[in-house]
Ligand binder design. Structure first.
Ligand SMILES: NC(=O)c1ccc[n+]([C@@H]2O[C@H](COP(=O)([O-])OP(=O)(O)OC[C@H]3O[C@@H](n4cnc5c(N)ncnc54)[C@H](OP(=O)(O)O)[C@@H]3O)[C@@H](O)[C@H]2O)c1
Length: 335
């Protein structure tokens, strides 16, 4: 049994993670953290867990957490995460970090896009990126894994093989993504307040969304190809799910069938990627760890589509997939 602690246990990714880990035969959840006073019962914070987990959320310091846990899932916001991860690693526990703190190649890019100085700069650029479909070997041997951003997961899973196999040109790639509101987390904000976003669709952070450098850098890490994607996210009035529509110039005269065949071949050993013939919808991947993708050719352009659930394949499902690889369990266990 692996004893597991979850930091930031009151949040959306945490509740999804708890639900997955409760059905994991090799896991015991032993600690949940919060900054809140009063040590609330988990069922008071997440009523859907009533009767399923008898634990209180506690305001614990790392020294107290490591006494109870072998592995830490860090579901904290960026910066708050790197402020504690180093201490956990020094205690010898394994860490899966949900934030952006360890995903990028260099601290300069981090400071440009996230602001401030990185709390743990020497690790940046040397951490396994938790997308098992592309970086399985690095994840298996890691003490720390940077769980990917949800938009990058949906974009990179399609783009990386198409670029690596020389099927699309690296310039002029456009990633147009739609997301449900849970992507913004549970902490209330004006833009995700119900009357603001219900019955409305809007683009946001145009040209400056923080997942932009992550998409470029991870493509470069995997395929050795420089891109400067134009990434535009849109908020749509649904709870969860991401659909990315991606436009690129073809590099070959391969038709739709051939592109689909190449993708199927590339992902033949990837249990959570489904290369489908139909146009995928967020309902198809709702609550699951699947990424559904397909391609079309429209007026000489490759148009690719990719769907995930932002809280599962985009966060907690991917984290458990990484956990399984880090501990030598079957990759699909509990997923
Ligand atoms: N939502 C998604 O779709 C998604 C997808 C991929 C990755 N992520 C990443 O996963 C992480 C968690 O996201 P989430 O959606 O679960 O967020 P969330 O719902 O806002 O939960 C984060 C929790 O962390 C705690 N927290 C907030 N600020 C903190 C701070 N400064 N120091 C310590 N604890 C703090 C809060 O709990 P208390 O107030 O109880 O302490 C909060 O409930 C973030 O890094 C996010 O970027 C999210």
């Amino acid at each position: 049994m692996v004893r597991v602690a979850i930091l930031g246990a009151a949040g959306y990714t945490a509740v999804e993670l708890i639900k997955i880990l409760l059905r994991h035969p090799e896991v015991e959840i032993t600690a949940l953290t919060t900054r809140q006073e009063g040590e609330p019962h988990v069922a008071a914070i997440h009523p859907q867990l009533a009767g399923r987990l008898d634990l209180h959320l506690e305001n614990l310091l790392p020294a107290a957490v490591v006494a109870k846990a072998d592995c830490v899932f860090c579901c904290l916001p960026h910066a708050a995460s790197a402020a504690v991860v180093a201490e956990y690693l020094e205690h010898g526990v394994k860490v899966i970090d949900f934030s952006a703190d360890y995903r990028l190649d260099d601290v300069a890019t981090y400071s440009d896009w996230y602001g401030g100085t990185h709390p743990d700069p020497q690790r940046v650029g040397n951490v396994a990126y938790g997308l098992p479909e592309l970086f399985r070997e690095q994840i298996v041997n890691s003490q720390l894994v940077a769980n990917p951003g949800c938009f990058p997961t949906s974009a990179v899973l399609v783009l990386a093989p198409l670029l690596k196999l020389g099927l699309i040109e690296p310039d002029e790639i456009i990633v147009d993504s739609k997301t449900g509101v849970s992507r913004a987390g549970r902490t209330p904000k004006l833009t995700t307040h119900y009357p603001e976003c219900n019955e409305s669709i809007s683009a946001y952070n145009v040209g400056r969304h923080r997942h932009t450098p992550e998409i470029d850098q991870i493509i470069r890490r995997f395929a050795g190809i420089e891109t400067q994607v134009i990434f535009t996210p849109h908020l749509v009035p649904m709870d969860r799910g991401i659909l990315s529509t991606i436009y690129a110039r073809p590099k070959t005269d391969a038709g739709e069938e051939q592109l689909l065949e190449k993708l199927r071949d590339f992902y033949r050993d990837a249990p959570f990627v489904r290369v489908v013939d139909h146009l995928p919808a967020t309902k198809d991947t709702y609550g699951s760890n699947f990424c559904d993708m397909t391609v079309r050719i429209v007026r000489g352009r490759v148009v690719a589509f990719s769907c995930i659930d932002n809280l599962v394949k985009g966060a907690s499902g991917a984290a458990v997939q990484n956990f399984n690889l880090m501990y030598g369990f079957p990759e699909t266990m509990s997923l």
